[in-house]
Design a protein around this ligand. Structure first.
Ligand code: BGP
Length: 472
């Protein structure tokens, strides 16, 4: 287990690897969606993406030269098991051996996520996360990874962002399978957390393999006022946005108040008594937190459940406006998530709120005690173009600086935060947003052979890490 503070960057397989049909890889839901769906509004795919599959050595060299000592990445499940279950593709297994070896040779400690959304299409056709069999298939896939890479990798993550991904899949409906149905969302959410628990139980059968956690997109919740109605809205928003992932992962139970509230309107019969022991035995060692924004909420006023997705980069896309208030989410009878008229937002409606970083770290310690915490993603997505061959991304430098300062403040108060990863290492496929929304410390020229150009933020981060390590 790492003692040194980890400084790194993060990526995910589908967003950067490319090589979508090479070396025996099966199809993932994102291959199918990006090729076929009319809802792929930006009309681009991850077929080539950053070509990281072929260029990882060059990328690791750049990251090491940037002073990083860790790299967060994910494994493409359909590369290893093309149909999701059954036959193993040795070429896929060997690819990640070489990939991880190269990472380590460049002094980058691997931080491995087993599932970052590229579900094998063969499983999706049988119901995906709505089918509990997917959870058992995931546990088998996880066991294969522990067996293959367990002597090299010491930081493991079961699932990346259960909430954001499932809400996009089953509430906003902008991710495959493009559904808007709360009942189906709840079943898929339950099975996803069940899968994480099953994988953790597998993990405990291995020795000297490090520690395992889950990555949650955790939105610290702020209410518009201190009224009793608003306190209820804040509490429910916290259950819906955070607790069902983090409580379940760390304490082994879903928040009681949330289950009771949902049971009044939905069928919660899929929550089986016999699963309780699995959730309890499958708790995790640490939390990885992806922090992009807080949640600003008010009491529920009117209308059906909704969740806005802005994949166009046009501010205010798809919000639901009531009396001049822009609502980005409505949880009927519970709360409304709104845009703060005083807030600073990106064109994709991500609020920039560095204080939330400090607040969430304190909150997590209060909730779960002294467990290790990592900030597994944090970054700024904007449109960018080189000027005279350079990318002077001052806005990103400011963003990172403010968020890291907030993290270090919490750390100086004794919070057990063990690492920080910028999203992302280099510009990559931003899901339904396509390639316009750039997050990288390194620019990728997608039109010119995927040329890499380190941005100003890359040099700033390098310098920041050096000063931190020198104790300045
Ligand atoms: C997180 C995901 C990443 C990444 C990032 C930015 O939710 O874990 O995969 O994409 O957010 O989101 P987006 O690309 O949608 O702007």
């Amino acid at each position: 287990m790492a003692k040194k503070f980890l400084w790194g960057t993060a990526t995910a397989s589908y967003q950067c690897e490319g090589a979508w049909n090479e070396d025996g890889k099966g199809l993932s839901v994102w291959d199918v969606f990006s090729h076929e769906s009319p809802l792929n509004i930006n009309h681009v795919t991850g077929d080539v993406a950053c070509d990281h599959y072929h260029r990882y050595e060059e990328d690791f060299k750049l990251l090491a030269e940037g002073g990083h000592n860790s790299y967060r990445f994910s494994i493409a499940w359909p590369r290893l098991i093309p149909n999701g279950t059954g036959e193993v593709n040795r070429k896929g297994v060997e690819f990640y051996h070489k990939f991880i070896d190269s990472m380590i040779a460049h002094g980058l400690e691997p931080n491995l996520t087993l599932y970052h959304w590229d579900l094998p299409d063969a499983l999706a056709r049988k119901g995906g996360w709505e089918n509990k069999e997917t959870a058992y298939a995931f546990a088998d896939f996880a066991r294969l990874c522990f067996k293959e890479y367990g002597n090299k990798v010491k930081i493991w993550v079961t699932i990346n962002e259960p909430k954001y991904s499932l809400f996009s899949m089953y509430a906003a409906g902008n991710y495959p399978p493009n559904v808007q149905d709360t009942q189906r969302l709840m079943v898929a959410a339950y099975n996803t957390m069940f899968a994480s628990a099953l994988a953790a139980i597998e993990f405990r059968t291995f020795k000297d393999i490090g520690h395992i956690g889950i990555v949650a997109d955790y939105d610290p919740v702020y209410g518009v006022d201190d009224s009793e109605e608003c306190k209820f809205a804040v509490r429910m928003a916290d259950h819906v946005l955070n607790g069902w992932v983090t409580d379940t992962a760390i304490k082994g139970t879903f928040p009681r108040e949330l289950v009771d509230t949902l049971a009044q309107r939905f069928d919660v019969g899929f929550m089986k008594d016999e699963d309780k022991a699995i959730f309890e035995a499958g708790t995790l060692d640490f939390l990885g937190i992806n922090y992009y924004f807080r949640a600003y909420v008010r009491p529920y006023t009117t209308g059906e459940c909704m969740l806005a997705a802005n994949n166009t980069g046009k501010s205010g896309a798809n919000v639901s406006e009531v009396d001049g208030v822009q609502r980005t989410m409505v949880a009927k009878g519970m709360f409304e998530r709104i845009k703060d008229p005083e807030g600073i937002y990106t064109e994709w409606d991500f609020e920039i709120f560095p204080d939330g970083m400090y607040a969430l770290l304190i909150e997590l310690r209060d909730r779960y005690g002294d467990i290790p915490l990592y900030i597994t993603e944090n970054g700024l997505g904007i449109r960018e173009k080189p000027v005279d061959g350079r990318i002077d991304d001052d806005a990103r430098v400011d963003f990172l600086d403010q968020h890291i300062q907030a993290l270090l403040r919490a750390r100086s108060e004794g919070i057990n935060v063990c690492g920080y990863y910028v999203w992302s290492a280099f510009d990559l496929y931003s899901w339904v947003n396509g390639y316009d929304k750039r997050y990288g410390l390194i620019y990728v020229d997608f039109d010119e052979g995927n040329r890499r150009i380190p941005k100003k933020s890359y040099y700033w981060y390098k310098n920041f890490i050096r000063k931190f390590e020198e104790g300045k």
